[in-house]
Design a protein around this ligand. Structure first.
Ligand SMILES: [Zn+2]
Ligand SMILES: [Zn+2]
Length: 222
């Protein structure tokens, strides 16, 4: 990945874009383009450094990513994590996905297209422990992203899930019996960080200043 190259697009059988999907068609606040994925600073950023890894092609969740794309995703993940750690002087970077969410709820601007959230964290707090208590369901632990993906495949999972990688361990909550409140990851982040819950709704609080800050800081770092 070298800088911004908007001419690069994914190839292969998953190279399908949906006309009305914003993440299939986005062209601003992009930090870098790889062959199959791009990194962007999203509308409603929770903090400077909040980024998404997004497939160029339309895919509903990373649990259903085709095997041939996994290497590139994992390379992008490591690269982004290292850049954030260096630029934000922290090892605490939460990596999060709310998979399939858009299937069950009213489709929103981002939720129908897979995107992995990365947020540098400046407070203490364990997201997995918090969610376990808050939703009253047990997480499943995974040794790697591939392990998680093979579990989703073998169980033929169609339900929503929350995927959390805190750098030390990977956990997922499968939401068989509950419907997740909207903006749930944002809620957890704000709650754990003792911040105002007012910012949970990213559509009401696009935080463009923070987005700009992230772009300025990271755009030439890839
Ligand atoms: Zn899409
Ligand atoms: Zn999201």
């Amino acid at each position: 990945m070298t800088g911004i190259d908007v001419s690069k697009v994914a190839t292969g059988i998953d190279n399908v874009k949906e006309q009305n999907c914003p993440l299939c068609n986005i062209n601003k606040n992009i930090l870098c383009h790889g062959d199959s994925f791009y990194v962007m600073s999203p509308k409603g950023s929770l903090a400077s450094g909040h980024c998404f890894i997004v497939p160029h092609f339309h895919l509903d969740c990373y649990g259903r990513l085709q095997d041939s794309f996994v290497d590139e995703l994992l390379e992008t993940k490591i690269r982004l994590r290292n850049i954030l750690a260096k630029e934000y002087h922290t090892d605490k970077i939460i990596i999060f996905e709310h998979g399939h969410i858009g299937n069950a709820q009213k489709p929103t601007e981002y939720c129908k297209h897979a995107h992995l959230h990365f947020v540098p964290i400046e407070f203490n707090g364990d997201f997995v422990v918090f969610i376990e208590k808050n939703l009253k369901i047990k997480p499943i632990e995974f040794s790697s992203f591939r392990h998680f993906k093979s579990y989703v495949k073998s169980e033929n999972m169609n339900e929503e899930y929350l995927y959390i990688d805190d750098g030390g361990s990977i956990s997922a909550f499968f939401l068989t019996s509950i419907q997740l409140p909207r903006h749930y990851f944002r809620y957890c982040y704000l709650k754990l960080g003792n911040k105002s819950l007012e910012h949970a709704d990213w559509m009401k609080h696009p935080n463009w200043g923070t987005v700009e800050d992230t772009v300025k800081k990271l755009v030439d770092k890839f």
